[in-house]
Design a protein around this ligand. Structure first.
Ligand code: UDP
Length: 239
């Protein structure tokens, strides 16, 4: 475990994580995964209930180079960045081999419909048991019980933070099993509505810039990034 500004990250590589998660699926162990980036860490430092919620997850993974950089500055380096999108896709690919059942919640109706179609085309053996757009009353007991009754192995929730983590935390007790993961805007990428940064940009740790250029209205959200780095440096010298 590596703590970055009060958020406890698991120190693991993508490959090892997928092996662990596959075992948990075989054993029907309920699992809550949070993919946390600097924005989520900063939000958690303002909202103590949210912080408690994410630290109660089974795995908080480092989604974003900013978290790796922070762990380096704090002297306890995390092995690698695990992008939420990559973890989701690795699980879908594995699910296709193992014939796992999957449920998708979130995004606009036309986006989730297209995303599900594209996922099923790419992974024909994946057992998609249902999906629902994220602009209905997602907190209704009826919806949650309906999803739980389908007993999915994987539940991907793309409502954006903090909504998706809150939904998972309040819904997980109704389920008998399942790997639950918040996936932010991943359905938009699967639907082709938003493009993921090319690998060359990812290697240069510029995925955030690519995203900003595609969605300039995100600039205000991104102002937390330099504040995050400053806070980490301050923390380093405090210790
Ligand atoms: N969304 C949703 N319901 C809502 C609010 C948002 O389904 O009430 C979806 C939205 O359509 C998008 C995703 O949640 O697909 C949020 O994506 P974003 O990239 O903003 O994720 P974040 O960076 O907040 O995790």
């Amino acid at each position: 475990m590596v703590s970055v500004l009060n958020v406890d990250f698991v120190s693991i590589s993508l490959d090892k994580l997928v092996i662990e998660l596959s075992k948990r699926i075989k054993l029907s162990q309920k699992t809550f995964i949070v993919t946390a980036n600097p924005e989520i860490v900063m939000y958690g430092n303002k909202d103590s209930d949210y912080l408690k919620m994410i630290n109660s997850a089974d795995y908080v993974i480092a989604d974003g180079y900013g978290i790796i950089l922070a762990s380096k500055i704090l002297g306890n380096e995390l092995p690698e960045r695990i992008a939420g999108f990559d973890l989701m896709n690795t699980l879908l690919a594995k699910g296709n081999e193992e014939k796992w059942s999957v449920y998708f919640l979130g995004a606009k109706e036309e986006v989730i419909d297209k995303a599900v179609k594209n996922i099923q085309d790419q992974y024909p053996d994946l057992n998609i048991v249902g999906w629902q757009n994220g602009y209905v009353d997602v907190h209704s007991e009826e919806l949650k019980k309906n999803i739980a009754s389908k007993n999915p192995d994987l539940i991907f929730v793309g409502l954006g933070f903090p909504k998706q983590e809150k939904w998972i935390a309040e819904s997980i007790p109704l389920f008998n099993k399942g790997i639950f993961m918040g996936v932010g805007g991943s359905f938009d990428v699967w639907a082709g509505a938003v493009k993921r940064a090319p690998e060359s940009w990812q290697k240069l740790h510029l995925e955030w810039l690519y995203r900003l250029l595609q969605e300039p209205k995100r600039w205000r959200r991104m102002t937390v990034l330099p504040i995050f780095v400053l806070k980490v440096v301050k923390e380093r010298f405090k210790n």
